[in-house]
Design a protein around this ligand. Structure first.
Ligand code: OGA
Ligand code: MN
Length: 298
């Protein structure tokens, strides 16, 4: 262990946001490389707080990919047209247009409450965003926050009768549902149409068990979940709406205000997130995202 490594591990600190989700991790410089011991502490903090931020980072695409690989196997994005050129595992989330007026990345990513890859048979385990450009208002206040809800906390807070009722229920989730929902909110209008494969439904438990912590998490959103198996459309819609709203109650939500250099990592089983669309060009937003592949749900 070098002196620098010693210095860094000694200053490692987790500062909770004060809400049920969210903590800042201090004392880690990703560009210098992260030891196994530090990685374990980062993962523990992520599992406890569902979303963690490392501020003031300065990393290359290679460094982001290398750091992301500590969390698992990286997944190429479902929408390959938005990749950072030359990097199949790095996708741009951005409202910036190229010279031809075409989006350089995913515009309007996450404008409805969702969990990444909810519509996949093996949903994304974690996602990571690195902020390169963040919009702000005339007073310098950052815009384009991302909100996070703790779905383990949401489950734990449910009345016992509801917990009983949810036992064994499964939901059907699809990207087509997400798109319909975003279009209704006037977002993601210019994305290319989905292929039949991209429209496929994935069936997951309504109460999902976290693969590493064993925590029970609500795994339903108004955006992705289109029906509940064995329930009428009407009853399913009512339950999806009720659970979706329960997860994202204000007291269960952490609002992340971005700064350039933030590296944010979240857990897609124990949290849901929403991108706030309170900015527009010429206010520019550009983030680089990696995605960690998931496991079968149970
Ligand atoms: C995402 C996402 C939110 C944001 O990249 O999966 O939802 O604020 N992004 O950009
Ligand atoms: Mn997302």
């Amino acid at each position: 262990m070098t002196t620098t490594e010693l210095d860094r591990t000694e200053t490692f600190e987790v500062v909770p946001s004060g809400k049920p989700a969210g903590a800042e991790i201090r004392g880690v410089d990703i560009a210098r490389g992260v030891s196994e011991a530090t990685m374990k502490k980062i993962l523990d903090a992520l599992h406890e707080w569902k979303v963690v931020v490392l501020r003031n980072q300065r990393i290359t695409p290679e460094q982001q990919i290398a750091f992301s690989r500590h969390f698992g196997t990286l997944e190429p994005h479902v929408l390959p047209q938005y990749l950072v050129p030359g990097y199949s595992e790095l996708v741009r989330v951005s409202n910036v247009l190229d010279d031809a007026g075409k989006p350089i990345g995913m515009v309007d990513a996450g404008r409805v409450w969702h969990a990444d890859g909810h519509f996949l048979p093996k949903p994304n385990l974690y996602s990571m965003l690195y902020a390169l450009e963040i919009p702000h208002d005339a007073n310098g206040k950052p815009l384009g926050a991302t909100l996070f809800a703790n779905t383990a906390h949401a489950y734990a807070q449910l009345p016992e009768a509801m917990k009983q009722r949810l036992q064994g229920l499964r939901g059907a989730n699809s990207l087509a549902n997400v798109y319909a929902r975003m279009h209704a909110e006037n977002a993601a209008k210019n994305r290319p149409p989905l292929t039949e494969a991209q429209k496929r439904e994935a069936i997951h438990p309504v109460v999902r068990t976290h693969p590493f912590t064993g925590e029970k998490c609500l795994y339903v959103t108004r955006a992705a979940t289109g029906r509940i198996e064995g329930m009428s459309q009407e009853d399913g819609d009512a339950l999806i709406g009720e659970l979706g709203d329960w997860c994202v109650r204000e007291e269960n939500v952490y609002a992340h205000q971005w700064a350039v250099g933030d590296v944010l990592i979240w857990d897609n089983c124990s949290s849901q997130h929403l991108a706030v669309g309170d900015y527009a060009l010429p206010q520019r937003r550009l983030l680089h995202r990696t995605t960690v592949a998931g496991l079968e749900t149970f």
